[in-house]
Structure formats: structure tokens, C-alpha cells
Design a binder for this molecule. Structure first.
Ligand code: 5AD
Ligand code: SF4
Length: 434
């Protein structure tokens, strides 16, 4: 057998793509590829793409444009597009970019090794099926190599909610949960490789129904694994936040006090137009119940401004909701028209007005995040160290509340230690070992 071939994967978008990229690298490992971290010396480049907002797809096309030179220098180089842009625009990509050799959607990447073979035989390969078989069952084991202390673990995929702005139900398909035994065995294998924290992933992870007791049942099962110290999950829909999951936040010490619970808007009119099926009031009541179970929980969210029909009064309602909740972390976006979604057909609002609203919202969210973070100063927190810092002796880890914490101490990557927070900077905390 010759020298291993080199695979470069560039990942866009959400954590689910990060997880998929790892699994694709492992699948190609079985086909004689090793991972490389530059495109320059690669035998195969895969772009694992995101389609959630307009610019994401454009970025992919411009990245492909930049790769022309690489392909000219090495005609054996294979270029593939994976992920949600692949799913949405499959044939269009092959038409628009003749140098793309293969296109593979998020539900069929277990077939990548065969597709690569096809391209080596001189063909082009396209697979954007939603196959009957479960890709996870067809992927090889996850390998034995030691790895970092944190890992993503996809437990649920797809979305049945059909928010009027969102492409996910079309690109990722219907909600599907992985059976809990398989998730548990993947988690055990990760722990054997050094993982101490898992983040369970799903487009609607709290709609998980792969075993008894839904997501709460899965979390309680995972919490029994020795050596697994921390459990997180993302992303959740307010309507799937059931009593058992709320109770788990109060009762399960390994479940971290952090919840990403997007609301998108604080206006009932806009929420209705978005097909969110909840109100601002019901969301605020829900947050209150979650905080009653776990008072120190940090709430994170997503917002869209400039949704078709959003008025200044609607935007005021969003600002009021943000003030009522107080977010510790937030992502906010200007509405982006996605062809094929219901909202794309509606009259769009003025772009400058949407920009202005986004700036005002982001200023408020920034202040809140900073205030929540500043309140950690003086407190004792647990930190799981993930990497070394730039200064000698400096280590960087995450607190239970997912704040980045810088500590100068003799600790190793993978250590979990008590730290007293001494300082708060714009995007991180500093502390000292206790
Ligand atoms: N425009 C802007 N933001 C969007 N999101 C999803 N679709 C769109 C869109 N068309 C945001 C939502 C979602 C997050 C992942 O991306 O806030 O929660
Ligand atoms: Fe998109 Fe709404 Fe489903 Fe989230 S819940 S993936 S925003 S359709």
C-alpha cells in the first residue's frame, strides 16, 4: 500500500457539522486517508457547508473559486461539497463548478468512500438521498486514538417545526432520534479516549425520543457513565422543553447549568408569522420554571430581526423580552431570505432599518452578557481545561456556565479544577486555582 492520502475538511456552520466532519474524516480513514490541516498538500478537499443564511452558500462558491489553482497544480486532487448546501443545491453545484468531483448530503456521507472510488475512476458523484438505512450504523467505529476532553455527540437530526424562515426542515429532513443504547455506547467509547464532557447535538435535541424518558432519560443514563463529568445539549425548541427535562436541570449534577433556548422574537405577531407556535409570555414563563429548578442556569438564545412585516413596535417587544430574560449568551441575525421557505414569498422590510435594529439589539445583548459574566468575579467555579494559552504557563478552560476561563497554573489539558474568578474581560474570565 502506498503512502496515506491526505484529506482536508473545512467546516462551516453549526456544531452538527463539526461532528459530521469528524465522522467523515473517520470514514475516509478507512479508505486510506489521514487528516491534514491545510488545503495546499491535500489529495482530497471536502467543504462541509451550511445553508442557514444567504452568505453561507456564497462563501462556499467563493472558496471553490479560490481552489482553482490547487486543482490546476494537482489534477489528481478531488474536491467535494458536503453538508446543507450540498443537500439544497446538489446538481446546481456540479453545473456551476466543473471542478467539483463529488457532492454528498448530510444523510448519506457514510457512502463517501464509495463515492471517492467513483471519482478516482474518472466520474463525478452525487448523493443527496435521505436513505432508509441509518448512516451512523454504516459508519465504522470511532477509532481508539486519545482525544481532547470535550466532544460533540449527535443524538437527533432534522426538524418538523417548519419555522417560516428556516431551511433546516428541507435540508436536514424530518426529526429522527438515534437509539439511546447506541448513544450510550458511543459516549462510553469517547470517555475511554479521554473525553470528560459531551455536548449532545440535534437541530431539535430536546425533541429526542430514542429511548425511555426522552432527552431527560438519555441524560440520566449518560450521567451514570464513570469518567463522564459534564453533559450539555443544544439546540432546543421551547415547545419541547418538558417537565422531566426541567427537573433534570435541578437534579442531575452532571447536567451543566447552561441552556440554549432560541425564541427568535419577542413579538407575538411576529412569532405567529414565524410559525413558532409559542408566545413571548409562554417563553418567559418557561424560563421562570427552568430557573426555579436551577436558579443559576445561564440562558442563551437566538434572535432574528427584520423578519417580513416586523414593525418598530414588534422590535420594541423583542427588546422588552430580552430585558425580561437577561441572557448570558446570545446570537442575533438579520433575517435572510431563503428560497423555498414560506417567508421568502412575503414583502421584505427595509434593509437599513433591519441593520439599525440589529445594532440596537446586539448592544443590549452585549451589555447583558457582560453583566452576567462580571457577576462571576469572586465566585468559585469548576473549570475543565481544554488548551494552553498564549502566555507561558497559561491554561484555558470552560466553566460550568461555558465561560472561557484563563488560569496560570500547573494543570494539564483534561483536568477539572476549582477556580476562583478574579477578573472579567470582554469575552473571558481570569481566575486562580483554589
Ligand atoms: N435568517 C436569519 N437567521 C436565521 N436563522 C435560521 N434561519 C434564518 C434566516 N432565514 C437563525 C435562527 C436559528 C439560528 C440557527 O439561525 O435564529 O435559531
Ligand atoms: Fe429551523 Fe425552527 Fe426547526 Fe430551529 S425549530 S431548525 S429554527 S425550523
Amino acid at each position: 500500500m502506498g503512502a496515506p492520502k491526505k484529506l482536508f475538511i473545512k467546516t462551516y456552520g453549526c456544531q452538527m457539522n463539526v461532528y459530521d466532519s469528524e465522522r467523515m474524516a473517520e470514514a475516509m480513514g478507512g479508505a486510506g486517508y489521514v487528516a491534514t490541516d491545510t488545503a495546499d498538500d491535500a489529495d482530497m478537499i471536502l467543504l462541509n457547508t451550511c445553508h442557514i443564511r444567504e452568505k453561507a452558500a456564497e462563501k462556499v462558491y467563493s472558496e471553490l473559486g479560490r481552489m482553482k489553482g490547487l486543482k490546476q497544480a494537482n489534477p489528481d486532487l478531488k474536491i467535494g461539497v458536503a453538508g446543507c448546501v450540498a443537500q439544497a443545491e446538489g446538481e446546481e453545484i456540479l453545473r456551476r463548478q466543473p471542478m467539483v468531483d463529488l457532492v454528498v448530503g448530510p444523510q448519506s456521507y457514510h457512502r463517501l468512500p464509495e463515492m471517492e472510488q467513483q471519482t478516482r475512476a474518472g466520474g463525478r458523484a452525487l448523493d443527496t438521498d435521505f436513505p432508509e438505512e441509518d448512516k451512523f450504523e454504516h459508519l465504522k467505529g470511532r477509532g481508539q486514538a486519545k482525544r481532547g476532553p470535550t466532544a460533540f455527540l449527535t443524538v437527533q437530526e432534522g426538524c418538523d417545526k417548519f419555522c417560516a424562515f428556516c431551511v433546516v426542515p428541507y435540508t436536514r429532513g424530518a426529526e429522527v432520534s438515534r437509539p439511546s443504547e447506541r448513544v450510550l455506547s458511543e459516549a462510553r467509547a469517547l470517555v475511554e479516549r479521554g473525553v470528560r464532557e459531551v455536548t449532545l447535538l440535534g437541530q431539535n435535541v430536546n425533541a429526542y425520543h430514542g429511548g425511555d424518558g426522552g432527552l431527560a432519560g438519555l441524560i440520566r443514563g449518560l450521567a451514570k457513565i464513570d469518567g463522564l463529568e459534564r453533559i450539555r445539549y443544544t439546540t432546543s425548541h421551547p415547545n419541547d422543553m418538558d417537565d422531566a427535562l426541567i427537573a433534570a436541570h435541578g437534579e442531575e449534577p452532571k447536567l451543566m447549568p447552561y441552556l440554549h433556548l432560541p425564541v427568535q422574537s419577542g413579538s407575538d405577531r411576529v412569532l405567529k408569522a414565524m410559525n413558532r407556535k409559542h408566545t413571548a409570555e409562554s417563553y418567559i414563563r418557561l424560563i421562570e420554571r427552568i430557573r426555579a429548578a436551577r436558579p443559576d442556569i445561564l440562558i442563551s438564545g437566538d434572535f432574528i430581526v427584520g423578519f417580513p412585516g416586523e414593525t418598530e413596535a414588534d422590535f420594541d417587544d423583542t427588546m422588552a423580552l430580552v430585558r425580561a430574560v437577561e441572557y448570558g449568551q446570545c446570537y442575533s441575525f438579520k433575517y435572510s431570505t431563503r428560497p423555498g421557505t414560506p417567508a421568502a414569498e412575503r414583502a421584505q422590510i427595509d434593509a437599513a432599518q433591519a441593520d439599525d435594529r440589529l445594532q440596537r439589539l446586539q448592544a443590549l445583548l452585549r451589555d447583558q452578557q457582560r453583566a452576567v459574566q462580571d457577576r462571576m468575579v469572586g465566585r468559585e467555579v469548576n473549570v475543565l481545561f481544554e488548551k494552553t494559552g498564549r502566555e507561558p504557563g497559561q491554561m484555558i478552560g470552560k466553566s460550568d456556565h461555558l465561560h472561557s476561563v484563563f488560569v496560570s497554573a500547573d494543570v494539564a489539558v483534561g483536568d477539572l479544577a476549582r477556580v476562583r474568578i478574579t477578573d472579567s474581560a470582554p469575552n473571558s474570565l481570569a481566575g486562580a486555582l483554589i
